[in-house]
Design a protein around this ligand. Structure first.
Ligand code: NAP
Length: 340
């Protein structure tokens, strides 16, 4: 039996999760849901993804533009086992009331919603088992996902005393033409930034504080991380942990990848769809350990990093894999990001 999936919201995240669901032999994409007519409705048609609309009030706009519509959100939900909500921040909260009308329907929200929307805030490497059999799960944001991945992989080997991270955030996604700044760096004035508490929604026993600066770029975020551990460790040992961890890709000085622009070019050259880099990017030479303190940088492709986690969340909620390693292995193989 395939798990029947509806994607509500066909934007940056939704369209990528829809593609990922199509690649799973044990999942069926029932449809994607849009609220307003735009070119992506016709893209859904062209890709053969059944298209549903959030409300029938806009139906004429879609029909006038030549889009083929199968029905409304409610029609799609009636056929679904799980809905992946990828609507803009806060819209998912209103949608929760709709989803709850369907007794057997499970739901996944994204990191733009508050943690209390779901039973579990999820990251596959950090707390996969907590989502086993759950009905409502929230996949945490791009920054939180990257932090959880690298912190969880070190936490498997060392006792973490404290983590401090400074996040240089991309100001907007490439398609968001109305957002800024375009010539300024803007610090988040309330400290800690929301990322630290968000990591603790997944890893409650990690003492982490974060600060953030918004930068005029659209490609990726970069984190500077300072992690105190209780034991002695060498840079080589930490590097080995990252090399062996799934979804962390190591770049070396010889690669001549000096920043995020080349990382995206690298993903494009690999032939990744949309130039997506779903892994954390860590620079070998940017990693060091001094006096039981680990220093490293990681770059985060905000548009795609949470895609594998949405597939793992479905695995866990339907108990398709009982442990994180089997789930991650299966997801990564289907998405072409496996290290083996
Ligand atoms: N982009 C990122 O960097 C990123 C990274 C990680 C997590 N997230 C999180 O993922 C979620 C989605 O973000 P996103 O960046 O994918 O947003 P997005 O690109 O703006 O896409 C949202 C989609 O939802 C549609 N929509 C709007 N209102 C709707 C409604 N009432 N019902 C159904 N669809 C509706 C919008 O399209 P139409 O109005 O045209 O139909 C749009 O296609 C947010 O929680 C966000 O915080 C985003």
């Amino acid at each position: 039996m395939k798990v029947k999936v509806v994607i509500n919201g066909f934007g940056i995240i939704g369209k990528r999760v829809a593609d990922a669901v199509k690649k799973q032999s044990d999942m069926e994409l029932i449809g994607v849901v849009k609220a307003h007519q735009s070119y992506s409705a016709n893209i859904a048609n062209e890709l053969g993804y059944p298209l549903y609309i959030a409300s029938s009030t806009n139906k004429e706009d879609f029909l006038k533009a030549g889009s083929k519509i199968e029905g409304t959100l409610d029609d799609a939900l009636q056929m679904a086992d799980v809905v992946v909500d990828a609507t803009p921040d806060k819209v998912g909260k209103a949608n929760a009331e709709i989803y709850k009308k369907y007794k057997n329907l499970k739901a996944i929200w994204q990191g733009g919603e508050k943690a209390d929307i779901a039973e579990v805030s999820f990251n596959a490497m950090a707390n996969y088992e907590k989502a086993l059999g759950k009905k409502y799960v929230r996949v945490v944001s791009c920054n939180t996902t990257a932090l959880c991945r690298s912190i969880a992989s070190i936490k498997e080997h060392y006792n973490i005393k404290e983590v401090n991270a400074v996040i240089v955030r991309r100001a907007a996604d490439p398609s968001e033409t109305t957002k800024g700044p375009i010539n300024s760096l803007e610090p988040a004035l309330h400290i800690p930034s929301h990322h630290g508490p968000d990591v603790r929604s997944v890893l409650p026993d990690v003492n982490i504080q974060t600060m953030a600066v918004k930068a005029p770029t659209t490609l990726m975020h970069i984190h500077s991380i300072i992690m105190k551990i209780n034991e002695n460790a060498s840079a080589e040992e930490i590097l080995k942990i990252f090399e062996n961890a799934p979804r962390i890709r190591i770049f070396k000085e010889n690669d001549k990848i000096t920043g995020t622009a080349e990382l995206i070019e690298y993903a494009r050259d690999l032939g990744r769809a949309r130039g997506d880099l779903m892994e954390n990017a860590v620079w070998k030479e940017g990693l060091n350990v001094v006096d039981k303190t680990i220093y490293y940088y990681q770059a985060v492709h905000q548009e795609s990093i949470v895609v594998p986690e949405n597939i793992d969340a479905i695995h866990a909620m339907f108990e398709m894999f009982k442990d994180k390693n089997s789930s991650i292995k299966s997801t990564d193989n289907t998405l072409g990001i496996s290290k083996n």
